[in-house]
Design a binder for this molecule. Structure first.
Ligand SMILES: CC(C)(COP(=O)(O)OP(=O)(O)OC[C@H]1O[C@@H](n2cnc3c(N)ncnc32)[C@H](O)[C@@H]1OP(=O)(O)O)[C@@H](O)C(=O)NCCC(=O)NCCS
Length: 273
């Protein structure tokens, strides 16, 4: 407990917490639970009704909101802000008919320093998130994703399993990145973009072997509501116009537009990075 600020009164930190709690007087409430083997750095703040699991490591100056669950072993480096109702380190539980099998032992997530999570964000196990990433309210980041530094993941974005996002990329509100999508550094994914990875929609024996997420290269831009078919490659500095349906690979530095998307012109030099 040394150096930890549990600043909103009445938190309990005790090996026998549950026993103690059972023995509490009527009218007393358990306001949060911090496992005795969790380590919290100096100046951490934890709101009401949050749970910090076994062997969690939290760096100094981390602010954790109300009703947050941090699963065992998770690492949260210094100066992060974790909004209300976040869940960190969730293990996946595939359904009975899911084609994904349960992963045996996904390692706990590591959240880099200075990351900011909005309210209701769910981060699964196996995630690596580098420093200063911002994740908006209600976004979900599935198992084994890798998110590089200074990425913005917008409100309500869904990143399925094994997505990789390069540094400084921006993924805007409501975008859906299917499993195995790769987003290059500095890429821009506009609101409500949809990506796909399975041309047979699950109708074969082992589709997991041939799932193919789109690849969106460095500094490419994909306009609002565009739809990318499985395995397409969006070349560096491509501009996909809003609402386009991308059925094949694009050329570097070119505007593609329409359904299906076709080359229309080069991207102006002033817009390139
Ligand atoms: C590509 C874009 C910039 C428009 O390009 P433009 O060349 O300036 O388009 P114009 O308005 O001059 O229209 C040229 C023609 O293309 C058509 N057009 C324009 N945008 C189109 C699109 N996204 N899809 C299909 N056709 C489009 C126009 O109807 C027009 O057709 P016409 O010549 O038959 O009348 C715009 O469509 C776009 O995608 N903007 C990105 C918006 C976005 O997603 N932002 C994300 C952050 S909010």
């Amino acid at each position: 407990m040394e150096g930890v600020t549990i600043n909103r009164s009445d938190s309990y930190y005790d090996e026998n917490l549950m026993v103690k709690n059972r023995n509490r007087r009527v009218g007393d409430v358990l306001t949060n639970y911090i496992h005795p083997l969790a380590s919290l750095g100096a100046g951490c703040e934890i709101g009401f009704f949050s749970v910090v699991g076994k062997n969690v490591t939290i760096g100094s100056g981390v602010h954790i909101g109300n009703c947050v669950t941090i699963h065992p072993g998770s690492v949260i480096r210094e100066n992060c802000v974790i909004g209300d109702n976040c869940v960190i380190g969730k293990q996946p539980h595939p359904g009975a008919t899911s084609r994904r099998r349960n992963d045996d032992d996904l390692r706990p997530p590591v959240i880099g320093r200075g990351c900011v999570l909005g309210s209701g964000v769910v981060l699964y196990a196996g995630l690596t998130m580098d420093q200063e990433v911002m994740v908006g309210d209600l976004a979900s980041v599935r198992e084994r994703c890798a998110i590089r530094r200074r990425v913005i993941v917008g409100r309500g974005v869904a990143l399925e399993n094994d997505v990789v996002v390069g540094e400084n990329a921006k993924i805007q509100t409501g975008a859906y990145l299917t499993a195995h999508t790769v987003v290059g550094a500095g890429a821009f994914i506009a609101p409500m973009v949809i990506t796909t990875n399975d041309n047979r929609m699950g109708r074969d024996e082992d589709s997991s072997c041939r799932l193919s997420g789109p690849r969106i290269d460095k500094n490419a831009r994909v306009g609002a509501g565009a739809l990318l078919l499985p395995g397409v490659a969006i070349a560096p500095e491509t501009f996909v116009a809003a609402g386009s349906l991308v059925t094949g690979d694009t050329r570097p530095g070119a505007v593609f537009m329409g359904r299906p998307a076709r080359y229309v012109r080069p991207v102006p030099e002033v817009e390139k990075r």
